[in-house]
Design a protein around this ligand. Structure first.
Ligand SMILES: Cc1ncc(COP(=O)(O)O)c(C=O)c1O
Length: 411
């Protein structure tokens, strides 16, 4: 695998100058390396890595992954349409439905992509309208894991998946409508630090497969959740050992099962998180009774993870890297007190006009963004092999106001 070129401080300053800030910059070479290395770590040969595009639907990133023969995990009809429009084959896309309307069900079914269904009533409805279809069933593996309670997607307090104990009801419905269950699925959570939890949830789901209830099984999908370190003190998981262990669990299962099935994973964060940086500019400095507050030209509408999950993102002052270390709150320009990227953070001295980079901003940052306070989303720049691709251009304030007006019936 090619060594990934990192984007250095001077390049970030150059991009900020050229494209303006706030600006998202993604390292496309790192994305491809992260995607490809999973195939080296997980040695089971019948492996498919589906990129969970909810993490970042940037069209440049999707094209890059498609050109590297990636598969896609989608969660909404528009994600399915976008994937297909970009040239992903329908066979390479999985649609994990979650509380969809009937219209959405018909809309996605027409595209021909495979449904992954995680509720008995949805399965019943799907079977009654589309008997004899192929389908994947999402189970709740009853394992709690993930870096925040909002991203733990299994266990007692979750809306996701069919209970393991409800497998007989699944069988009743699939038999009634002659549905062909070709896949079993689980997704335990996002940012799983304890690898044991992954092995545990794999074992839960494989327990269902081992009962030989579904003769048409082609794959088992163990979801996403591969953790990346956000803080400099967090140790990176040894993915080589992890990959070997999960391959061995799966290979032992297949021996016992009597057939070599495909193993799927659906990482989002692992593939794109570390590739992303948000460059912002400090425009206001304030001293609130000794508390230094750096006000910037971005906010939680552009990167909500600190506010939503209390997430830590490393921040660096790229304009004054050798400055004296001081303690700052790094805040945004949104009219809410919670609008801070970091509180009481050590950073080299900040002057008005300095550029800061927020690291690990590739996953669940732009894709969770909004135009709250009517502030436009930043432009997005993708760097591949030194080439700059401005994938998304930030509208001006006037253009944003026009966009709002043009979307209204009243104009
Ligand atoms: C069904 C499903 N698959 C995959 C993922 C991707 O998770 P991650 O980005 O943590 O790998 C998610 C995210 O929540 C998900 O809900």
């Amino acid at each position: 695998m090619k060594k990934t070129k990192i984007i250095d401080r001077n390049s970030f300053l150059k991009y900020a100058e050229k494209y303006g800030t706030p600006l998202y910059v993604y390292n496309g070479d790192l994305i491809i390396n992260r995607y490809s290395e999973l195939y080296n770590y997980i040695t089971w040969p019948k492996l498919k890595i589906l990129y969970a595009m909810k993490a970042n639907y940037n069209v440049g990133i999707l094209n890059l992954l498609k050109n590297n023969r990636a598969f896609l995990d989608t969660v909404s009809p528009a994600e399915v349409h976008l994937g297909l429009k970009l040239g992903f084959e329908k066979e390479d896309i999985l649609f994990t439905s979650n509380n969809i309307t009937d219209d959405e069900m018909h809309e996605v079914k027409k595209t021909g992509v495979l449904f992954n269904i995680g509720a008995l009533s949805s399965l019943e409805k799907f079977g009654s309208v589309y008997p004899e279809s192929k389908v994947c069933i999402r189970f709740n593996p009853d394992v709690y894991a993930g870096e925040h309670k909002h991203v733990q997607t299994a266990g007692s307090i979750t809306k996701f998946g069919v209970l393991l104990s409800e497998v007989d009801r699944v069988l009743e419905i699939t038999n009634k409508y002659n549905l062909k269950v070709i896949g079993l699925h689980e997704h335990t959570g996002s940012g799983i630090g304890e690898t044991e939890k992954v092995y545990e949830s794999m074992t839960s789901l494989l327990g269902i497969a081992k009962r030989n209830l579904f003769p048409d099984l082609e794959f088992i999908d163990f979801g996403g959740g591969f953790k990346v370190p956000y803080s400099p003190t967090t140790k990176r998981i040894d993915y080589a050992s992890f990959g070997k262990k999960i391959s061995s669990i799966f290979s032992n299962f297949c021996k016992e099962y009597g057939k070599d099935l495909f193993m799927y994973f659906e990482p989002g964060k692992y593939i794109v998180a570390e590739s992303g940086h948000l460059i912002i500019e400090v425009n206001t400095l304030k001293n609130n009774r000794g508390r230094l507050i750096a006000g910037t030209n971005s906010g939680f509408n552009h990167l909500i993870r600190p506010l939503l999950y209390g997430s830590y993102h490393q921040i660096e002052n790229i304009s004054n890297p050798a400055g004296e270390i001081k303690i700052y709150d790094i805040c945004g320009n949104i009219c809410e007190t919670g609008d801070c990227f970091a509180e009481q953070r050590e950073l080299s001295e900040i002057r008005e006009g300095d550029k800061l980079i927020i690291k690990n901003a590739g996953a669940y940052c732009y894709s969770m963004g909004s135009i709250y306070n009517l502030r436009a989303m930043p432009s997005e720049l993708l760097i591949v092999n030194g080439n700059e691709l401005l994938v998304t251009k930030r509208p001006s304030n006037k253009e944003l106001a026009e966009l709002v007006l043009s979307g209204s019936n009243l104009n």
